[in-house]
Design a protein around this ligand. Structure first.
Ligand code: ZN
Length: 567
């Protein structure tokens, strides 16, 4: 729900076709374990769309001091992994063992490990092992329970509503009744093991706030009450270990979008980027004052930008590791915690780097003019990503109607809000980078790379869906800047930046988007999206040439392995 902000997090991948056939077992030598197991015949091709990559962390960042706690946390993550696999399907552990027993099933096993089960998360959940359809509510509900029946039951039993609709219960049948079983009971054994490991990590950690979070989270695993530990996570501060572990996202529950899946992110804070973010935070008010927006629309009440951390991913587990790899997460999800205590965004630097190298650069290699390609850099990409997030906190939020009453941008722009807000975050982010360059807060040598990398990023964002908010937001920016001559065609289906026009183009587009938001003007937003939101034929042709480029990465974690090996 809330993990999705940076464009890469949401990737809707077109279902890949391909029929299924019996796997060839090598005649009579087929071991009995996989007898009758049907595997999609294109599983090797599906696996090949995910580029294998080592997500690593330099040993200097880990050091002898952090290692003991990290060892326990990596072990706890492994428990979460096992728990999540069972949340997806009760049969998963046995099915995985069958695949692992058969060398000819190596690709299917590798793909199973990405998907955490037999259903392809990049093909709308269709089975690639066996033929059983994915139950919408996986293991969270009785298989035969429909949405309507569940809702009807909840209506008829108001006293049980909270328990039945909790994020942290599974629903079981008892005769004609439905019973809500707390996670602490349903998953008692793995949660107890994970809790002990968190307590052991706390005992060897010199970071008191981290130790407090870990102890409270261990308690939550036993009591099923996550509130205090969610708050403690927000109070972690700037310690070197940034970890989140527990039940969070509800995507797996496609029946009700209600039950949370277990996941873990074990990460090490990036001191360099954290310092850069502190600089940007300290400039928040000046940036707000610099925006090309009417005085009445300036938002000087937000106080500061929202908390953002940049970290290196050491290892992830469970829901965080399944399918498309997350490059940022924004937690907690509990609205009560968010209202009272806020939330925090963590960007995963080494994951960003891997996607930049393995996906963005190859895409730009086909669609961006070669001289511009040479100007792109990961540093610029990281900067653009950070500034996109910072820009979400700038500009109109709460707005005043002409009659004096208050409303907010989100409510006024309705279905167009996400598209306009994402375009605003990109463009205002770029505008702010430019302002920082002009005012000596960012190296002038970054100027061209920022724009070149920005252009390269467009194509990646629209690749999987010009209709989804991030994709459409990018189409709008692209078409607007093309019309203004700030982006130009460069022959052979390639594009370039006109450095003489880009600054003005960005500034004008920022002014337009901020005015739409500041006025809460739905009609103007509609007209703007209608005018600029459709990709040109030429752009679509260009996107059509990208089919051989990976759609995502498939990580391994050598630094986590080194941490464990040092036990
Ligand atoms: Zn965003």
């Amino acid at each position: 729900m809330r993990r999705l902000c940076t464009p890469w997090v949401v990737v809707v991948v077109a279902a890949c076709g391909g029929g299924r056939a019996d796997v060839r077992h090598g005649g009579d030598l087929a071991p009995p374990q996989t007898e009758g197991l049907i595997v999609a015949d294109d599983v090797a091709g599906r696996l090949a769309r995910l580029a294998p990559v080592e997500i690593d962390v330099a040993d200097e960042l880990i050091g002898d001091e952090l290692r003991p706690a990290l060892q326990k946390l990596v072990e706890a993550a492994a428990v979460i992994d096992e728990l999540y696999l069972a949340q997806v399907s009760e049969g998963n552990a046995a099915l995985r063992a069958r695949l692992a027993a058969e060398p000819a099933m190596a690709d299917a096993l590798a793909y199973f490990d990405v998907m955490y089960g037999p259903w392809d998360r990049l093909a709308e959940g269709e089975p690639f092992v066996g033929s059983e359809r994915r139950p919408e509510g996986v293991t969270f509900y009785p298989r035969d329970l429909t949405r309507e029946a569940f809702q009807g039951y909840v209506e008829a039993h108001p006293a049980e509503r909270d328990a039945l609709t909790s994020y942290f219960t599974v629903i079981r049948r008892e005769g004609d009744a439905l019973r809500a079983v707390p996670y602490s009971e349903a998953y008692r054994d793995p949660l107890e093991r994970a809790a002990r490991l968190l307590e052991e990590a706390a005992a060897v950690s010199s970071d008191e706030r981290l130790a407090r979070y870990l102890r409270l989270r261990a308690e939550a695993f036993r009591t099923n009450d996550y509130f205090d530990s969610d708050v403690a996570w927000l109070e972690l501060g700037d310690g070197p270990i940034e970890v989140v572990i527990g039940p969070y996202e509800v995507y797996e529950d496609q029946l009700m979008n209600m039950k949370a899946s277990f996941e873990a992110f074990i990460t090490i804070r990036d001191p360099e980027a954290t310092a850069q973010l502190q600089t940007v935070s300290s400039l928040a008010e000046q940036l707000e004052l610099a925006l090309p927006v009417a005085e009445g629309h300036r938002n000087l009440e937000r106080g500061s930008t929202r908390p953002i951390a940049v970290a290196y991913e050491l290892v992830t587990a469970g829901d965080a590791r399944a399918g498309v790899q997350t490059l940022a997460f924004n937690l907690p999800n509990d609205e009560r915690v968010r209202e009272e205590h806020g939330y925090k965004l963590v960007l995963l630097r080494n994951v960003l780097q891997a996607k930049y190298d393995l996906i963005l650069v190859p895409i730009a290699g086909r669609l961006v003019e070669p001289t511009l390609l040479a100007e792109m850099s990961f540093e610029a990409f990281l900067n653009n990503t950070l500034m996109h997030e910072v820009a979400h906190g700038l500009g109109p939020g709460r707005i005043r109607r002409p009659d004096g009453t208050q409303t907010d941008v989100n409510r006024e722009l309705r279905d167009l809000y996400s598209t306009i807000e994402e375009a605003k975050a990109d463009i205002v982010g770029l505008f702010c980078s430019q302002w920082m360059i002009q005012n000596g807060h960012l190296d002038r040598a970054m100027e061209r790379p920022l724009y070149a990398t920005f252009l390269g990023g467009f194509f990646r964002s629209v690749r999987f869906g010009a209709t989804e908010a991030h994709g459409q937001a990018n189409v709008i920016q692209f078409n607007y800047l093309l019309e203004r001559g700030a982006i130009r065609t460069a022959g052979e289906g390639r594009y370039a930046i006109d450095y003489g026009r880009i600054r003005e183009g960005v500034s004008d587009l920022a002014r337009e988007l901020l005015a739409i938001e500041g006025d809460g003007d739905y009609a103007r937003a509609r007209a703007f999206v209608d005018r600029y939101g459709t990709p040109t034929e030429e752009l679509l042709r260009g996107l059509g040439t990208l089919s051989g480029i990976p759609v995502d990465i498939r990580p391994s974690y050598p630094a986590a392995a080194r941490v464990l090996a040092a036990r």
